[in-house]
Design a binder for this molecule. Structure first.
Ligand code: ATP
Length: 256
């Protein structure tokens, strides 16, 4: 029997900006159905590592494998087609359209029917149904007919998660999903990510600074420091490591 590939893997993944090595020979495999938190101090290379996996940046060395296929030089749209989905802090929303239209457009793109709103007809009822199913999942169905620009910030972030779900990716990447949220909005997004995690087909990568968030969600933590992978393992064990304590500038893990 052949061994199953990790869903996503990086081998010696490296990128240099001039003389600066922002991601430095990072080798790491992510298994299906797991949630991995990526932590490290500011400038450690977390977002750059994300960009290399999702395709916004191309590595200067090493490889990115998706289901065993080398995608290191593959453009973003093809990576998306193959199952890598990334939430982009509201930049992917269409503010003048309704909530439902935003999700429906993603469902439509997923169904390979293009982004032409005029092509919508009753025959696309299934796309609307798919959109409403996802809006139910993130509890935005009551706002389905609202224009996105009129939504509160927290609901816009929920919509972003809905659009990611509608894309149906195998790997969901969140870069600081709670950044800029008010204290009452944070639990809503965390609950959503927790629900996504409960679906064992979904593999989630999460860049996050808040240790309480990580502790409640992560199966595993990896730590980047100066672009290198310096720790990898069980959350409680990794949080207790001196390198993590240092990364959080003397804060105790409880306070970080
Ligand atoms: N396009 C770029 N050109 C030059 N340097 C870059 C570029 N992108 C990132 N860097 C540098 O690479 C390093 C890693 O940055 P990155 O944003 O990945 O860190 P991070 O761990 O996500 O930090 P933060 O927690 O502050 O978001 C930093 O020194 C940054 O200045």
């Amino acid at each position: 029997m052949t061994k199953e590939h990790p869903i996503l893997e990086t081998k010696d993944l490296t990128i240099r900006f001039g003389g600066h090595v922002a991601v430095d020979h990072v080798s790491c495999a992510f298994d299906r159905g797991t949630l991995t938190a990526i932590v490290g101090p500011n400038g450690a290379g977390k977002t750059t590592y994300f960009n290399l996996m999702s395709g916004q940046l191309t590595a200067t060395g090493g490889t990115v494998l998706l289901n065993g296929e080398n995608i290191t030089r593959m453009p973003v749209p093809e990576r998306t087609d193959k199952g890598i989905g990334r939430a982009f802090q509201l930049t992917n929303l269409f503010p003048t359209l309704t909530v439902r239209e935003n999700v429906r457009l993603v469902a439509q793109a997923k169904a390979r029917q293009g982004f032409d709103l005029l092509s919508i007809a009753e025959s696309h009822v299934d796309l609307i149904e798919r959109a409403d199913h996802v809006l139910n999942e993130v509890r935005l169905i009551d706002q389905a007919d609202q224009t996105v620009s009129a939504l509160p910030h927290g609901d816009q972030r929920k919509l972003e998660v809905a659009m990611l779900i509608a894309l149906g990716p195998q790997v969901l990447m969140f870069d600081e999903p709670t950044a800029g949220m008010s204290v009452d909005e944070v639990p809503v997004i965390l609950e959503l990510i927790g629900k996504l995690k409960a679906d064992m087909d979904r593999t989630i990568l999460l860049v996050e600074h808040k240790m309480d968030v990580i502790r409640s969600l992560a199966d595993r933590i990896i730590v980047l420091h100066n672009g290198a992978l310096v720790a990898d393992g069980d959350p409680a064990e990794v949080i207790a490591l001196p390198v993590v304590q240092e990364a959080y500038l003397g804060k105790t893990p409880e306070a970080a």
